[in-house]
Write a protein that binds this ligand. Structure first.
Ligand code: IPM
Ligand code: MN
Length: 354
């Protein structure tokens, strides 16, 4: 097949980890006879340095013209002053909104070889396989904002349509998995959550009656995620709860550096990024974990290009590299020499070819 992929490496460790995912995509294309056209474009602080804005019109156009967007990370301590009006983070928020990417899929499947890297006990991690579906273009992230010297507000708003469509994404995923949906809200306090719960109930009853549905309050969900993570199948939740819950869930897998994500809308075009940030403290040293970005590229192959076999092959290659102990510093025990970003990428390429 032929496809166009926009590559937006961004800031910090973004370019390093993205480079490894690009090598994997190119290897997949070469070995399976696909023609992938990769177009690089600046985003985040890198774009602010180049042209003064985090999401230049040309970058947005490149993303819009692509079948899939591979995104690294954004964020830079030089632009972290709270008084700044223009910030790198606006780029990813703008991309999500402009591309209509309302559904963020974040799979969490701890690898048995990495149980020791998680703060949780092994017996709690066995059999954990969670898909978090985070609503991505609504809620408090995108509500009206005001700010003065004496107060500030962030409005949290949800519409029925926004909740219906994310509930359907969760339902379709649950049906193809173990058929269990956990909807997370704060319905004992928030109006948006009460609407959320009503709409999710109605959509699941009407369209996904073969799935089970439970509701959990977000505070208690954070606890259950640590206490009995195996009980979760699909978690569906609003924007900010999903942001917080997935960083917590990453600790089941052992490192933030391992988790991929797919941001999807109504069509097949999507944006794929690791859930970690730009990690400025280790940027430029070639030691960052590229697996989360490589696994994001696998999700791109699956969801935007329909290449399920290729996606699964990449996932197997990453899993095998982990089994074989090719681990970056975020995952190695004290005294063990960590693999570099490049070595980890090469380990995946070797196992893909083998
Ligand atoms: C994420 C990130 C972003 C978010 C930031 C960088 C805006 O934390 O993708 O989880 O909050 O959505
Ligand atoms: Mn986050």
């Amino acid at each position: 097949m032929k496809a166009r992929i926009a590559v937006l490496p961004g800031d910090g460790i973004g370019p390093e980890v993205t480079a490894e995912a690009v090598r994997v995509l190119e290897a997949v294309a070469a070995s399976r006879g696909h023609e992938l056209t990769l177009e690089h474009a600046p985003v985040g602080a890198a774009a602010m340095d180049l042209c003064g804005e985090p999401l230049p019109a040309a970058t947005l156009a490149t993303a819009k013209g692509a079948d899939g967007v591979l995104f690294g990370a954004i964020g830079d301590p030089r632009y972290s002053d709270p008084s700044l009006k223009v910030r790198p983070e606006q780029s990813i928020l703008g991309l999500r909104r402009e591309l209509g990417l309302y559904a963020n899929l974040r799979p969490v499947v701890p690898h048995p070889a990495l149980y020791g890297a998680s703060p949780l006990k092994d017996h709690l991690l066995e059999g954990v396989d969670i898909m978090v579906v985070r609503e991505l273009t609504g809620g408090i992230y995108f509500g009206k904002k005001t700010s003065s010297d004496t107060d500030a507000t962030d409005e949290c708003r949800y519409t029925v349509v926004e909740i219906e469509r994310i509930a359907r994404v969760a339902g379709r995923l649950a049906r193809a998995r173990r058929g269990k949906i956990t909807s997370v809200d704060k319905a004992n306090v928030l109006e948006t959550s009460r609407l959320w719960q009503r709409v999710v109930k109605r959509v699941v009853a009407a369209e996904f009656a073969d799935c089970s549905l439970e509701h959990q309050l977000v505070d208690s969900a954070t606890m259950h995620l640590l206490k009995r993570p195996r009980d979760f199948d699909v978690i569906v939740t609003e924007n900010m709860f999903g942001d917080i819950l997935t960083d917590e869930a990453a600790m089941l897998a052992g490192s933030l550096g391992l988790l991929p994500s797919a941001s999807l809308g109504d069509g097949t075009r999507g944006l794929y990024e690791p859930i970690h940030g730009s990690a400025p403290d280790i940027a430029g040293r070639g030691i960052a974990n590229p697996y989360g970005t490589i696994l994001s590229a696998a999700m791109l192959l699956r969801h935007s290009l329909g290449l399920e076999a290729e996606a699964a092959a990449v996932e197997r290659a990453v899993s095998q590299a982990i089994t074989d102990g090719v681990l970056t510093g975020d995952l190695t025990a004290r005294g063990v020499t960590p693999a570099s970003t490049r070595e980890a990428g090469s380990a995946v390429l070797e196992r893909l070819a083998g």
